[in-house]
Design a binder for this molecule. Sequence first.
Ligand SMILES: [Zn+2]
Length: 188
Amino acid sequence: MSVASWRIKANTLLTKSLPVDIIRKSVETSVYNWSVLNSKSVFEHKKKKCVVDRKNFARKQKLRLLHLYRQKMRSIVYNLETNDDFAKNVLENNVDLENISNLSPCDINPSLWFPIIEKRESRRLKIEKLNEQLNERLFPKNEYDNGLFKCDSCLKKNTQHVSFQTRGADEPETTYVYCVDCDIHWKA
Ligand SMILES: [Zn+2]
């Protein structure tokens, strides 16, 4: 099936959710332009390396364009048909139609995605806090001795260290150094 016949088919698919001709046309053109742009970007760097294989190159680019167009169009039709708010926003021109292919799932369906993103963010913060607490236990601030060791990575002396008796009592202590700037630690 050619790209042109897919564009006609897509227009029919969009009619149900977008009965307004000018808006439907804008959405379809936007998806087409997005697909052309993205099918090029993947192959642009390969083109230079492989001049001999021009014919094969053009064929692959066309297949890629068709693939991107169908995938994006399917996703937009699906969202328009299952998400009334999104369809309403498109019809009322509250969505930048030229940019419709670049919308994130959260832009398209905020009521579905916001709680998921919020949950993920709160989990990330929890893990971050836990890591901070662990670091604080390993390198308590009151035991810091600023600048005794030099960091091999940034070559500065903004370091803190702590010593442990890890082996037998007659063995020397093991010293762990922490670079505040690089957020790394190592055994001295
Ligand atoms: Zn450093």
